[in-house]
Write a protein that binds this ligand. Structure first.
Ligand SMILES: C[S@@+](CC[C@H](N)C(=O)[O-])C[C@H]1O[C@@H](n2cnc3c(N)ncnc32)[C@H](O)[C@@H]1O
Length: 248
């Protein structure tokens, strides 16, 4: 039987939705004048992607929301009342999942009684997500970490980074750019995480570079690579998840 992404109100512990192919007939897109072959392929993939359909149905802003749900179902770092930084947040799927898990699904942040805080950061604009603070910043800018710390107002329990620069198609360049973003996120995490905190960041297949991996192993008690089912199999992305931040 084909599995499907599950709804937003679903209890934790069950799968956040793995999808083998859908049984529905695959929709084909005719090539049109002015549309390139790659746009046609992209459109066809969007139309046939069950996570795109599920995100629309469940009110998530991106299919990426299911990746964080899967990661957190497995590693369980988004606890009620947690202090979270979500780097590379736009359009906001991960931020929505953070709000649900930190404050409770269907509960507004203000009325939840939870102390949690969610600071979302992106170089691009993002429509507000109720319950989260948003900062539009280039996180590679030297001034950015201090501004995020200020918004956080103390230590963090979780640092997430789904940051990705637009792909150039040149493998080595894309790898270097993603790793640079992961590295700045990790240096920030080391500065602000509370003992026991968690770090989760996007890297490219092949995993984190040896240098980053060694640093992660020094700073955290457990380090794993994880590719959620909702991450496209033809995508080179994979996540590094480190838990149990050690005492400085
Ligand atoms: C894959 S998208 C994130 C999707 C998001 N997690 C969600 O659930 O909707 C990657 C994001 O990283 C952001 N980004 C790339 N470089 C950045 C930088 N230097 N500083 C901040 N954000 C950056 C991009 O603008 C983009 O919105």
């Amino acid at each position: 039987m084909s599995k499907r992404p599950t709804g937003k109100g679903q209890k934790r512990g069950k799968s956040a939705g793995g999808v083998a192919g859908s049984r529905e007939a695959r929709q084909r897109v005719k090539t049109a004048r002015g549309r390139s072959n790659s746009s046609t392929r992209w459109l066809e993939r969007q139309l046939n992607d069950p996570y795109v359909a599920a995100a629309k149905r469940d009110g998530y802003r991106s299919r990426a929301a299911y990746k964080l749900r899967e990661i957190d179902d497995r590693f369980r770092f988004l606890k009620k009342g947690a202090r979270v930084v979500d780097l590379g947040s736009t359009p906001g799927g991960w931020t929505q999942v953070c709000v649900e898990r930190v404050f409770g699904a269907g509960v507004s942040a203000a009325s939840s009684g939870e102390r949690g805080i969610i600071v979302a950061v992106d170089i691009n604009e993002m429509e507000p997500v109720t319950g989260a603070k948003f900062l539009q910043l280039d996180f590679l800018d030297n001034a950015a970490p201090a501004l995020v710390k200020q918004a956080l107002g103390g230590q963090a329990d979780v640092i997430l980074s789904d940051m990705a620069a637009p792909a150039t198609g040149h493998r080595a360049t894309d790898h270097l750019r993603v790793m640079a973003l992961c590295e700045v996120a990790l240096l920030f995490a080391i500065e602000v995480l509370a003992v026991g905190g968690a770090f989760c960041a996007k890297v490219l297949r092949g995993g984190a570079d040896t240098e980053i991996l060694n640093r992660l192993k020094q700073e955290f008690s457990e380090v794993r690579h994880y590719k959620p089912e909702s991450s496209r199999s033809d995508s080179k992305e994979i996540y590094v998840v480190a838990t149990g931040f050690k005492d400085r």
